[in-house]
Design a protein around this ligand. Structure first.
Ligand code: TPP
Ligand code: MG
Length: 690
């Protein structure tokens, strides 16, 4: 077995020769000491969790996980989620010792430093082997549920072609979850869903150390957690001593064998080994200190004085590369056999499994839906058109499928009994829905989409944020996107949401104005690496090709904006009206009114102000001529963000407070989204611009 480049840096053997029978314990302690050395070197971080959970990491990375350190993206691998992301040094030490190319020992020494792959919390896009970014407690738990959904569906699709091929899919999703993870609401939502869907691939280990930051869990967390998981339909077990490798091994084996999702309450001691801090929250989130590190190593019986010591026999014991390479090579062979035996039937699954991009010609299915309808209806048509050509399209709604128009007709429901169903019924669990979608995207082979009323993006925002941070392709079908939803009133009417969503880095927010723009929004969403929010109306909107007399240009969404209508006589516009979504129609009607008075008006549809701002100057100037400072933006949300587009002389017709309950057209009139008001504001702006 070749040794890692860092092996040479291991310090000399201890005075007393190491006992080979003691190897597992010393390997566990190597994880422990690397973790506390990393935290100490950074003078920042969380030593307590790795000290308590090192035996779990040892078993997972040495015996349990089906992985290949040389191929962190091997599609057949098991997934491991460190949901308690604050214990990042545990993961970094485990990856290093298993023989992953990174983190190197130097990377471990650079823990938490700017530019280092060993970031404070595990960052999925920085270090191969980190399956998902964690840190916000609860997210990892729920993300793993999505990974298991994806693995289950992929296995079923493979099995439908060849029963033996099911094994090409990821077998299990393992996670270490903490007290904090289990207190968070998103974990409860996800656990409930996982139990209902009987996601037996989940094997979760709970670091049951009864400590959080403020003290003991008895301060705030006193229910019988396993009874709760039992009620969710999970398989529950207890390991009373987290250092008992045999008991842990047996519990993991039982968890793998059970067809329900499994959680094992592993009683651990936070800060295990630290004479002064073990069992207390003092070890949670601060370095032990130089003296306490030394005292901890002494208490563990660790004979090496040099930090970051990896004894040679431990390095060899934990090196998973040879076994991993053999496993992934066997998988490759199986994949080749599957492909040659099943030809075309296998080809598309292999494309998805190996992440080989979109199917050729998929865009041909995106014929723009026409007609004056609600954009949510157009989105439903797009989903219907894409479903046959994109088998990876897999998603659903948080109990609003009929309102969000998200069902794939005839696709069936994904359930405990039908793993081939194409529609996901997330239940009223927006947060877990979005986190699970991250897991599905991270798993690969799927284009996940999620849906709810746009106002409830507030309920899923933390997961959307992680999708953005991880550049994961998730489509957010967010309908009922303004006061235009009408009678349900202000609790259901998004006002600040468009602005708030646009403020999130890496999120594309597209608010299409008609069927063609809706199709283009979906195209963008399917082809970009990152989450896209498509804001859709409940109410009908005009067809822009009808209104402009020409088809919507192919780059309308890509550029962020386009000119829908110009003055009839080819004259230069005196004023530009800019709308998004349902307000483009209001702008067109206002333009008609102004044109009757002889005003030369341009109407712009701007489905993505963010993209428009980022577009080339030539594109921007062609849409908003710099010479025309009379500009009015119209959007039934807060004005924030539009000021820069309308400029100093322009104005925004926007919401300044919450909406109200009433019929949509009355609300539009009440809040000023009428052709008459927009025309009045336009005249005022033109006066000012003169
Ligand atoms: C959503 C969220 N809220 C708060 C925090 C800050 N925080 C980090 S760890 C933690 C709790 C620590 O308790 P536990 O999860 O049991 O971890 P342990 O101390 O046992 O390692 C908190 C509140 C966070 N990371 N995420
Ligand atoms: Mg804890």
């Amino acid at each position: 077995m070749s040794s890692s480049p860092d092996a040479a840096k291991s310090t000399a053997a201890p005075a007393v020769p190491a006992d080979p029978a003691d190897l597992p314990r010393r390997a566990v302690d190597t994880i422990r000491t690397l973790a506390i050395d990393g935290v100490q070197a950074a003078n920042s971080g969380h030593p307590g969790m790795p000290l308590g959970c090192a035996p779990m990491a040892y078993l997972l990375y040495r015996e349990v996980l089906r992985h290949d350190p040389a191929r962190p993206d091997w599609p057949g691998r098991d997934r491991f989620v460190l949901s308690a992301g604050h214990g990042s040094m545990l993961l970094y030490a485990a990856l290093h010792l298993a023989g992953y190319e990174r983190p190197t020992l130097d990377d471990l020494r650079a823990f938490r430093q700017l530019g280092s792959v060993t970031a404070g919390h595990p960052e999925q896009d920085m270090l191969p082997g980190v399956e998902t970014t964690t840190g916000p407690l609860g997210q990892g738990f729920a993300t793993g549920v999505g990974m298991a959904i994806a693995a289950e569906r992929m296995a079923a699709e493979l099995a439908a072609v060849d029963p033996d091929a099911a094994d090409l899919a990821a077998r299990n999703v393992y996670a270490i979850v903490s007290d904090g993870d289990l207190m968070e609401g998103v974990a409860s939502e996800a656990a409930s869903l996982a139990g209902h869907l009987r996601l037996g691939r989940l094997v979760y280990l709970w670091d049951d150390n009864r400590i959080t930051i403020d003290g003991g869990t008895d301060l705030a967390f006193s229910e019988d957690v396993l009874a709760r998981f039992d009620a969710y339909g999970w398989h529950t077990q207890r390991v009373t001593d987290g250092n008992d490798l045999d008991a842990l091994r047996a519990a993991i084996a039982a968890a793998q064998a059970d067809d329900r999702p499994s959680i094992v309450a592993v009683r651990t001691t936070i800060g295990y080994g630290s004479p002064a801090k073990a069992g207390t929250s003092a070890s949670h989130g601060a370095p032990l200190g130089v003296e306490e590190v030394a005292a901890t190593k002494a208490a563990l019986g660790w004979p090496h004085t040099e930090p970051f010591t990896v004894p040679d026999d431990v390095r060899e014991h934990l090196d998973a590369r040879a076994e991993g390479a053999a496993r992934s090579a066997a998988w490759d062979e199986q994949l080749v056999a599957f492909t040659s035996a099943h030809g075309a039937a296998a080809q598309d699954l292999v494309r998805r499994l190996t992440g080989a991009g979109m199917p050729a010609g998929w865009r041909d299915a995106l014929t723009p839906p026409a007609g004056a309808k609600a954009t949510r209806v157009h989105s439903g048509s797009v989903i219907g058109a894409l479903a046959p050509v994109l088998p990876e399209l897999f998603g659903g709604s948080a109990d609003l499928a009929a309102s969000n128009n998200t069902d794939i007709a005839g696709g069936g429901d994904f359930s405990a009994d039908d793993r081939l169903g194409r529609n996901l019924r997330f239940g009223i669990r927006e947060h877990a829905m979005a986190a699970a979608a991250n897991g599905m995207a991270l798993h690969g082979g799927f284009l996940p989409y999620v849906a709810t009323f746009m106002v409830f993006t507030d309920y899923l925002r933390p997961s959307l944020r992680l999708a953005a941070l991880m550049h994961q392709r998730v489509v957010y079908v967010m309908t009922h996107d303004s006061i235009g939803l009408g009678e349900d009133g202000p609790t259901h009417q998004p006002v600040e949401h468009l602005a708030a969503l646009r403020a999130m880095p890496g999120v594309e927010v597209v608010r299409p104005a008609d069927g063609a723009e809706t199709a283009l929004a979906w195209r963008l969403a399917a082809e970009r690496q990152g989450p896209t929010v498509i804001a859709l109306t409940r109410q009908g909107v005009p067809d822009l090709a009808d209104a402009s007399g020409a088809p919507v240009p192919d780059d309308a969404v890509e550029n962020g904006a386009w000119v829908v209508r110009d003055p009839a006589d080819g004259a230069a516009p005196e004023v530009v009206l800019i709308g998004t979504g349902s307000e483009v129609g209001v702008c067109l009607a206002a333009a008609d009114e102004l044109a009757r008075d002889g005003v030369d008006v341009r109407v712009v549809s701007m489905p993505s102000p963010t993209r428009f701002r980022a577009a080339d100057a030539a594109v921007r100037d062609a849409v908003l001529p710099p010479a025309v400072s009379a500009r009015v933006a119209v959007e039934a949300g807060v004005a924030q963000g539009w000021e820069g587009i309308v400029g100093e002389r322009g104005e925004v017709v926007a919401m300044t407070g919450f909406g109200a309950s009433g019929p949509a057209d009355e609300l539009f009139a009440h809040f000023g989204f009428t052709p008459g008001n927009v025309a009045r504001v336009a005249r005022r702006v033109m006066d000012r611009a003169r």
